[in-house]
Design a protein around this ligand. Sequence first.
Ligand code: 13P
Length: 249
Amino acid sequence: MRKKIVAGNWKMNKTLQEGVELAKTVNRQVEDTDVVVILCTPFIHLAEVSKAITKDSLFLGAQNCASETSGAFTGEVSVDMIKSTGAEYVIIGHSERRSYYHEDDALLNKKTKLALAAGLTPIFCCGEVLAERQSGKHMQVVKSQIENGLFDLSAEDFGKVVLAYEPVWAIGTGVNATADQAQEMHKAIRDLVSEKYGTRVAENTSILYGGSCKPSNAKELFSNPDVDGGLIGGASLSAADFMGIVSAF
Ligand code: 13P
């Protein structure tokens, strides 16, 4: 069965000391249940936060990775470097990377393959902007992001990927997708995966929702059959809010 996952994406927040404190608090509060909890920290926090994690259900992830394996790429961080910190996950294709850093489908496909080769689990993000939803193109946009980013993977490799649907209009706005909007998209994504890789792979793929998810709406969002958890931005910066979301399961 697919995993239930709550992943915090700290984005560019918290100094090293603040991040370690937050990780320690989450580590203390997290219970060993069947919910996988992931902290996706800035690169420079990874090695220290890794030491703060002692619970079996708490994991570490990065928010991005380089599209090359090593060499003269000043300022970049490779998948092997990420893996060497103890991290097991990496967010790929977040909408902020797609829009501010012009990361396109081909680049994200390359990063995904590097992550998989390094033994990291990609958390692959997709999602439409408001204008695309308003013009009824949201399904098509998400479909093409997933097809172009992932559908040349083998079934075995695709089976290792976690998907995250994050409608851009819901990120950091306080306006979350409704439970129905989330379920509709997650179901469409699962059907798409099923057509390509078969029902078994589709049923085993965790699809997370992201965008203004908070303790007050997490229960309703997560109670949908195709919503397997959340990718949490703002609310992951407070242990109380983040744990409130984790306990929504
Ligand atoms: P918010 O939870 O702050 O809306 O951010 C969602 C997100 O982008 C997680 O990756």
